[in-house]
Design a protein around this ligand. Sequence first.
Ligand SMILES: *[C@@H]1O[C@H](CO)[C@@H](O)[C@H](O)[C@H]1NC(C)=O
Ligand SMILES: *[C@@H]1O[C@H](CO)[C@@H](O)[C@H](O)[C@H]1NC(C)=O
Ligand SMILES: *[C@@H]1O[C@H](CO)[C@@H](O)[C@H](O)[C@H]1NC(C)=O
Ligand SMILES: *[C@@H]1O[C@H](CO)[C@@H](O)[C@H](O)[C@H]1NC(C)=O
Ligand SMILES: *[C@@H]1O[C@H](CO)[C@@H](O)[C@H](O)[C@H]1NC(C)=O
Ligand SMILES: *[C@@H]1O[C@H](CO)[C@@H](O)[C@H](O)[C@H]1NC(C)=O
Ligand SMILES: *[C@@H]1O[C@H](CO)[C@@H](O)[C@H](O)[C@H]1NC(C)=O
Ligand SMILES: *[C@@H]1O[C@H](CO)[C@@H](O)[C@H](O)[C@H]1NC(C)=O
Ligand SMILES: *[C@@H]1O[C@H](CO)[C@@H](O)[C@H](O)[C@H]1NC(C)=O
Ligand SMILES: *[C@@H]1O[C@H](CO)[C@@H](O)[C@H](O)[C@H]1NC(C)=O
Length: 875
Amino acid sequence: MGGALKFLSLAAAVLSPAVQSAVVEEAPRVPGAYIVELAEDHAPAILYNKLDESGQKYEHRMDLSYNLFKGVSFRLEDLKAEEETAKQIAAMPEIKQMWPVREYPIPDDKVVWTGNSQTPTPETSSLYTRQSSDNDTFSPHVMTQVDQLRARGVRGAGIRVAVVDTGIDYDHPALGGCFGEGCLVSFGTDLVGDDYTGGATPPVPDNDPDDCGGHGSHVAGIVAAQTNPYGFTGAAPDVTLGAYRVFGCSGSAGNDVLIAAFNQAYEDGADIITASIGGASGWTEDPWAVAVSRIVEAGTPCTVSAGNSGDQGQFYASTAANGKGVASIASVDNTQAPAILLNASYNVGNRSTGTFGWTDGTPSDWGNISLPLWSVNYNTSDPANACSALPDDTPDLSGYIVLVRRGSCTFVQKVQNVVAKGAKYVMFYNNAAGSTSVTAEVDGLVAVGMTTADTGAQWISLLSNGTDVVLNIVDPDSASQYPSTTDNTATGGFLSTFTSWGPTYELDFYPQFSAPGGMILSTYPLELGGYAVLSGTSMACPLAAAVYALVAEVRGTFEPAMLESVIAATANPNLFHNGVAASEFLAPTTQQGAGLIQAYDAAYTNALLSVSSISFNDTDNFVSTAEFTIRNLGGEPITFDLSHVPAGTAYTLAPNSIYPQEFPNEFTSQAASLSFSSDSVTVPANSESTVQVSPSPPTDLATARLPVYNGYIALNGSDGSSLSLPYLGVAGSMRAATVLDTRSSYLTSSTDPDFNPVPANTTFTLPGRNSTASRNTNYPSVAISLALGSPLVSVEARPVGAGGNATLGDIYGFPAPYNPRGATVSSWNGLLANGTLAPAGSYRLVTRALHIYGDESDASDYDVATSVPFSIRYA
Ligand SMILES: *[C@@H]1O[C@H](CO)[C@@H](O)[C@H](O)[C@H]1NC(C)=O
Ligand SMILES: *[C@@H]1O[C@H](CO)[C@@H](O)[C@H](O)[C@H]1NC(C)=O
Ligand SMILES: *[C@@H]1O[C@H](CO)[C@@H](O)[C@H](O)[C@H]1NC(C)=O
Ligand SMILES: *[C@@H]1O[C@H](CO)[C@@H](O)[C@H](O)[C@H]1NC(C)=O
Ligand SMILES: *[C@@H]1O[C@H](CO)[C@@H](O)[C@H](O)[C@H]1NC(C)=O
Ligand SMILES: *[C@@H]1O[C@H](CO)[C@@H](O)[C@H](O)[C@H]1NC(C)=O
Ligand SMILES: *[C@@H]1O[C@H](CO)[C@@H](O)[C@H](O)[C@H]1NC(C)=O
Ligand SMILES: *[C@@H]1O[C@H](CO)[C@@H](O)[C@H](O)[C@H]1NC(C)=O
Ligand SMILES: *[C@@H]1O[C@H](CO)[C@@H](O)[C@H](O)[C@H]1NC(C)=O
Ligand SMILES: *[C@@H]1O[C@H](CO)[C@@H](O)[C@H](O)[C@H]1NC(C)=O
């Protein structure tokens, strides 16, 4: 189902008299702030002198004086003259490029569990002893063959991996216990300071990349955690880490900060740079993506998480992962669900019977209690247990711990329904592997927790025949804990439903490959419990970075394209899984890329492919023949049999809709067929051979829905090697697709929190250039709903009654290049793009959005929405 998108409230943003543009997507502009790239050999002074001469007030943000990026970021303080000044600056011959500063939030990875002060000791953890040998049994490592490299002593020694994130808690014993030379975290810096929150306040660097958020410490542990009581290590524990901190203790990071962090890490000699950060984009031209692409081009591989927006369907690539050459990392679910359980006991009938494990939630005022269990029903597969109001004959539940199955509706809804019957304590039982922290802050609820599906089923069976079950809970603050893993039989090894889908709007292949990111145990800042289980592509990305280190160690090169293609060629594609069940067809390459990385094969295969993927583009830009070479590094000839393994062809757009279909997409059984220049290729020793491949896209499809055909070229070598090369193409025209939802793009008012349409002929009284706006100033605003990304959006002010096409040109803030899809609201204070105020009078705002691959100068390549007439006057 497609449909309307929600608008982000602009309430806070309208305080400024300048026009604001709020993007629902994660990367809003910082008002007045710009990144400028200077042409060769020019110092930032040339820019600042110019601003001083013209009397402009500005605030310097960051020096970007790097080999691969020379410039500055700054913020204009006089927002009224911002656009005019910005245009003057952009026109200076010394300025190469100029972009607005956007900010990116800390990713919304799911917290499954975090530790507390009761950290298990080596004595209580069976995993501890297992891991202390070089027999690596940590499931994310087994899934990716990291265990096999570890068995050979490959641990990433001497390799420098930079982590761009919230910093690293280097005091943590499993993260080395110190910062600086000789430490695990041996390099890096804090580019922003604790108090930075993104937005207009400039960063205050401080050289101490400690972590108060937690995200970076979890990511760092996935790369290189040392032996610890929880029995795991990072995938490459002998690397040294660089901590490049780009977030304060809360808030977002500006893309100027992100560009600086990547360049600083590059210049500090990082061999690999990884960032589990992003925001919806879909365009390789985004400035942060451009900066990262240059670093890759210069020889340093960069891995960036693909994003956690799987629910948005296809074409939802995130920046900077979507940069050219940047490795975008998708997530698969762990085959084991790790949990650290609290130990408690229960009685059956009157007998103390046994112990059980559970996880604490929020709220958590358990105390030491013994209360009988009560369950809504005795059906352990009821999908909607307690999702609706409980029957009238439900007893008073205040003397019970209420047992509720997870699923269908939110925890809060379920808790509200049982609290309505007096419940104070709720114990969920899981409907998936493991156990997770529940947050359900509902008035009246004292404490909530969760136990495993097995334990829940055991109790239900007792309750169902009338046997009393009493739980003896020890308060979480004093309860003993133990690590436990359960097999994740439901989703283990399949793509995480949250992982974002590609490709980019210009059909760049995205994501590159996948790694375990769903339910990952790693380190966490000591103050936040020391260890945590999190889920997100943020967790997949650092494992991929570590695999780059291990493969580079074996192969003796960091060459990004080579590493990317060898990791892709040896990756394992998996079947599609919709979150409930697996399908019989492979998950699209737009979801899993080349598949799950297999580090050992990547390190040791003798056959290399010259590319990591193929895009056949769309029907207008159809690539009828693509070419790649197979290189044989070995001393014996290898014969490869080529075949085609199609994956699920997925429609992008919902039926009869201009909007992309939400997850899970509709699939069609039609696939492309591929023909090869030869079905069998013998590559001589230490030599290479070229293969041509020509696709015949599937026919009889609803081409207007932009079906993406995709799959793998399989190469089975006579040396036992088995490689695959992923591809994709669109059996339709991107240029023909509507990008602007003209029915949902309309005139609204900035003070309406719901952004409803305003009636025609509304008059808005604007403050004008020299008077100040008040909090309540109501600006005419244009709601723009992009069903797909648009390379260019303009909003023109057209005087009413001045004859057909008369226009004052764009309003301030437009035209806007490379827009992600989603809904935005931009208010207008009367300022035009050229810096002058539009005269008082009657206007329509005309929004024009250029189609993907559209010709800027061809009017028929734009979707146009014309607003109702309205009037402006100045106070
Ligand atoms: C590693 O440990 C696993 C599980 O304890 C065991 O099955 C396996 O045989 C061990 N492998 C080696 C090489 O010791
Ligand atoms: C839980 O606690 C009981 C009693 O203190 C103890 O016997 C049992 O070993 C503990 N269980 C685990 C898994 O630590
Ligand atoms: C359990 O306790 C109840 C009342 O306290 C008693 O009637 C019953 O016989 C007891 N059952 C067992 C198995 O001891
Ligand atoms: C719960 O009992 C433990 C001993 O088992 C004790 O140390 C702790 O203080 C008690 N907690 C509360 C909140 O009563
Ligand atoms: C109820 O079921 C449990 C286990 O399934 C069994 O141990 C118990 O004897 C049963 N009780 C009754 C009253 O049927
Ligand atoms: C697809 O074709 C368009 C138009 O030539 C081009 O701009 C774009 O880069 C192509 N995409 C890829 C992935 O090559
Ligand atoms: C708006 O004003 C114009 C010009 O005065 C008039 O033609 C039109 O009917 C008005 N529209 C509405 C909805 O009142
Ligand atoms: C606004 O102020 C500037 C000087 O600060 C002046 O030149 C200009 O005329 C004023 N404009 C209006 C509309 O009052
Ligand atoms: C408006 O623009 C269209 C297309 O650019 C042109 O054909 C038409 O003549 C213009 N009308 C007026 C009144 O200028
Ligand atoms: C800006 O555009 C408006 C409308 O086209 C025009 O009247 C005005 O002269 C322009 N101002 C400048 C500084 O170019």
